[in-house]
Design a protein around this ligand. Sequence first.
Ligand code: SF4
Length: 431
Amino acid sequence: MNILLINPPNCGRSIPEERYGIDSLKQIFRGEPLALEVVAAGLTDHNVTILDLKADNTDLQKTIHAGKPDIIGFTAMTCEANTVKKLARQARTLCDATLVIGGIHASNVPEHFNEEPFDYIVLGLGKDSFHQLVTHLEQSQSDFAIPGIASVTPGQPLSWSPRRYNHTDQPIDHAPRYDLIESYRDDYFLAKLNVSLGFVVTAFGCPFNCSFCCIAGQCGGQYLTQPIDAVIRDLQSLPDIPFIRLVDANTFGSPAHAEELYRAIKQAGIKKNYLIDVRADTVVRHPVLLQQWKEIGLRSVVIGFEEINDQRLAQMNKQGTQALNDEALLRLKELDITVVGDFIVDPDYSHDDFDTLERYITSHKIDLPMLTIMTPLPGTPIYDSMKKRITEHNLDYYTLTNAVTRTRLPEKEFYTRYANLLRACHAQAKL
Ligand code: SF4
């Protein structure tokens, strides 16, 4: 079958830009749609195309007329949900392909897509469930039940059976289809940081449950590591890319697996730099592991510091403290590993809170601070507790750089402080 997988364009909207002309809040990170490459890896007996509208402004009509897809699969983050609905409606006017939506927003709030023109919703890891769906459609079967797939039933409650994810949902037998995005590779260059990143996965999901985090939708709180051989294969599939982003939500979530992987990378003689996501407690508890990875090319670590206030960290269920974060930072500095620090600015911030955060970031010399605004993403634990305070319900604004709840400071002052903080923190940013 002809299958077209679509990554939507950059489409989030900006309150500070629209209301106050503050246009400096641009996202830095971009990269290949690895989740679609993984889904494509499960479709070996089909003709698959990936259209990355973040890198390609080709008209959808042209792509559909050229490829004549039998099935179109979309992925979307929360801020892309409305755009994907528009794209699906456009696709429906152009062809009668089966329309499928997956991705993190569909996984956390599938009801948002229980409407025409969608036909099916994929929840969580979709490599195997999407393949099963394609097989049923190819055989013209209509009466089937696949765990992790919901049939769209507009006007009626959505129902599906949950999926217990396992190795069949992971890209083990075949590498992600890197070849399908090869023509876009040059577009994944991060100009502000002067680097190109290739994406490789070593684990899916996360066993923690931070209140603001949407990762639970990926595999329902499970943590699934990739077999070592598969990771080595994927690293070797990107021979011309020297800098690899391990796109796991929580790399080193299994220290034993991470150590085994270190040995395998060393033995295979793979020479690359790595950017990974690690929890502060992992850095503190496993210093030898960090040293080992430094030896094989670990260059930068993303750490979710989130807050510099223990009470707020506890409210986030982060299971960490500022003292632990400080210690992790110290260990990484000792190893000369670049620190990308994630911080969450609360709409409730006062001028004092902004001052304190800026002092912390500058005095601790965090190489690349990433500052988002606390956003109650639908489907996350914090959504229920914050939903009465939400003032902006249009998901286009759920980019993590808008306050969708009321700000304590007058709104314009809040965004001015936020933009100034970002500007000051990024003046010397490096990766
Ligand atoms: S923020 Fe990090 S540690 Fe917390 S649930 Fe998400 S991925 Fe896991």
